[in-house]
Design a protein around this ligand. Sequence first.
Ligand code: HEM
Length: 222
Amino acid sequence: MSTTGDPFSVRLRQATWSEHQAAESERYVSALIAGDLDRADYATLVAQHHAIYRALETVADELRDHPVVGRFVDDRLTRLPALDADLEFLAGPDWADHLPTNPTTLAYAARIRTVGASWPAGFVAHHYTRYLGDLSGGLAIGRALSRTYRLGDGPGATFYRFAGIPDPRAYKQAYRERLDALPLDEGQRVAVVDEVRVAYRCNIAVLSELGRATGRAGEVAA
Ligand code: HEM
């Protein structure tokens, strides 16, 4: 049980872990990893990531010089060039003409942009939910997807590889120290925790919509 006396990073993780478990349990990613879906289904997920990271990285760029949030902006995290390369490889240079950006994805991207424009500390919630996840379970997911879709070390799943971050564990530790140092009062902390829950729900909605379109909706058995 977390308390308000815990470092903020600990509190954030503990207070949102049940949402994480719900996100992790969405069937779409495990169906992809198991090879139950095809490469085109995988490309559709990558296209959703493209819209989400375009929003994240546009806002990150705008907040680069912000005294508090600017500390989280780091070019080593930037995923958009990797997503461009992966999509071009998986679905051709005209991928945007035939891969949909789903309504739940548009809503998630809109949320990131709205929060980014009006509440910089709230943007940290979105930044944390995606990038710390990418540097955690995301690394293993990427290796599994590379195996399933026989992508090797080339493009296709470069989104999951952080060439500039050879030691993800150390990176995440330093990131958590930045979270702990955020100059937020109690009300703002509660609001950031709530926004992480929103971010998880956005991810669940995206995965669930993809799942419905392929008959892989719902949660995997625990
Ligand atoms: C799909 C299957 C998923 C698996 C197997 C998975 C697995 C994991 C694991 C094992 C960790 C802990 C790593 C550590 O202790 O350092 C973790 C952390 C995390 N994951 Fe996931 N995850 C999944 C999906 C997601 C999704 C969809 C999101 C949200 C976009 C997400 C966001 C996070 C975050 C933010 C953390 C860091 C929590 C913290 O330490 O503060 N994960 N994940």
